[in-house]
Design a binder for this molecule. Structure first.
Ligand code: SAM
Ligand code: SF4
Length: 451
């Protein structure tokens, strides 16, 4: 994987290098030896504002752009066995947390893959596991669920709404059928519209629509067409994703992922600016490079809470968990055969009492993580908060990196009070993220071999 790339002619970093949604990236995780006991890892941790994430690694299709940890379909009985394993894992985690302090969850999310690949009764079971094993009151916290159009059926949506889902995120990618085909995401516009109608019917408070720009054949006009088709539903949130072509994906096998050229970069930057400006003109606020929220939408969703919480409990074989010192998960892969093997190992696991793969987060990594998670949000980072948490100054901790951002015109505002990206800085979030990765994390990511 290329972690940083600079155009040698201009010394301007390439804009699309790495989506820093979590730091350290999963490709920097390694087998933990010895594997620590969860009870020891969680011993000194606060349980006062935990996040719960449940990962469902099944999809109906494998989209050409997708490198998420998920398999196509599930043979008879696999979803049931998977949920059995999630229940065992949940029980092990709950035991590791102990009885001294009741864990308090502040949000929950079902992600994937496609959680709505599960049938209505299976989704009910998933909610039961969250409630009875982990003690989360799903109706009392924000609960976000990802769905694809064909799996967002009325019966599944009804279960989710009844169990307390507050946000339904639908992957649409494009309302133009030829573009969906070009992204190897076969779907009909009419099915997408019908799914959106069902979600509105189910009255989940927040609808999010994911769109992708940079697809082969997409133009300014066709991009505007997709944006307007999304806006017609007045979704509370819209995510605009730049297309990435990654190794071992359907598109990656056709096009060399390393061959992303300047022209494509420029095209994606143009689509980004068009999309951003259009959404801003239609009453949306920008939350981050990818996320836009309708200004009058109810303030809920994982991004309102997730920013600086250390405690994350991930259940399922593609989920990450975070304590303040260790980020951990199971093994990760992109190719179908490897993914199937990892899921089969997971469903056969009886003992979930230890963390197997992960990365220790020391004080230096914690500073980097804090800075990245705040700086890449449109509102930026309160400098006082950083000082209070770490007892040091971000300008002293990252002098070269922050000077470089300033020299490029990528910082804005009152630098002493709030460290914030300028509009151009935000547009280059995927170039800025990697500049704050530690040398160790860079080396681990570079050495990681996609399998
Ligand atoms: C878990 S999926 C969403 C739910 C559901 N599985 C679906 O596809 O409809 C996460 C989202 O990440 C975005 N995404 C994933 N891989 C991407 C890539 N290589 N380039 C751009 N966007 C990507 C897509 O917009 C996708 O909807
Ligand atoms: S984009 Fe969504 S539906 Fe497509 S393979 Fe990835 S997780 Fe599955």
């Amino acid at each position: 994987m290329t972690v940083t790339a600079t155009d040698s002619a201009t010394l301007t970093p390439r804009p699309y290098q790495s989506y820093t949604y979590a730091y350290p990236h999963k490709t920097a995780y390694r087998p933990l030896s010895p594997a620590p006991r969860l009870a020891d890892l969680w011993a000194g941790e606060s349980r006062q504002s935990l996040s719960l994430y449940l990962h469902i690694p099944f999809c109906e299709v494998r989209c050409g752009f997708c490198n998420l940890f998920t398999r196509i379909g599930a043979p008879d009985g696999l979803p049931g066995r998977y949920l059995d394993a999630v229940r065992r894992q949940a029980a092990a985690v709950r035991e590791a947390l102990g009885d001294a302090e009741t864990p308090r969850f502040v949000n929950a999310a079902f992600g994937g893959g496609t959680p709505t690949f599960l049938e209505a009764t299976e989704l009910d079971r998933l909610c039961d596991i969250a409630e009875s094993e982990m003690g989360v009151d799903l109706r009392a916290v924000p609960l976000s669920v990802e769905a694809s159009p064909s799996t967002a059926t009325a019966d599944r949506l009804a279960v989710l709404a009844e169990r307390g889902a507050t946000r339904l995120s639908l992957g649409v990618q494009s309302f133009v059928e030829e573009e969906a085909r070009a992204a190897v995401r076969p779907q009909h516009r009419s099915d997408v519209e019908a799914a959106l109608a069902r979600i509105r019917e189910a009255a989940v408070p927040v609808l999010n629509i994911d769109l992708i720009y940079g697809i082969d054949g997409q133009t300014a006009a066709s991009w505007r067409y997709s944006l307007d088709a999304a806006l017609a539903w007045r979704p509370e949130e819209i995510y605009l994703y730049p297309l990435y072509i990654r190794p071992l994906t359907g598109l990656g096998r056709r096009v060399d992922p390393a061959a992303a050229d300047r022209e494509w970069d420029e095209q994606r930057l143009r689509r980004y600016r068009e999309g951003r400006d259009h959404l801003l003109s239609q009453g949306y606020e920008q939350v981050s490079m990818r996320m836009f929220r309708r200004a009058d939408a109810p303030p809920q969703g994982p991004d309102d809470y997730a920013c600086q919480t250390d405690g994350m409990i991930g259940l399922g074989c593609g989920a990450r968990s975070y304590t303040s010192r260790l980020h951990y998960s199971f093994d990760y892969a992109v190719s179908m055969g490897e993914i199937r093997g990892i899921i089969d190992d997971y469903t056969a696991t009886a003992d979930f009492s230890r963390a197997l793969h992960g990365r220790w987060v020391d004080a230096d990594e914690a500073r980097r993580r804090h800075l990245l998670q705040s700086l890449l949000q449109a509102e930026g980072m309160p400098v006082a908060e950083y000082r209070l948490r770490f007892g040091s100054d971000p300008y002293a901790d990252f002098p070269a990196e922050l000077d470089t951002l300033a020299a490029r015109g990528w910082l804005d505002g009152d630098r002493a009070g709030q460290l914030r990206l300028s509009a151009e800085g935000l547009a280059h979030s995927d170039a800025i993220g990697p500049e704050f990765f530690s040398p160790d994390v860079r080396a681990a990511m570079a050495a990681y071999e996609t399998k």
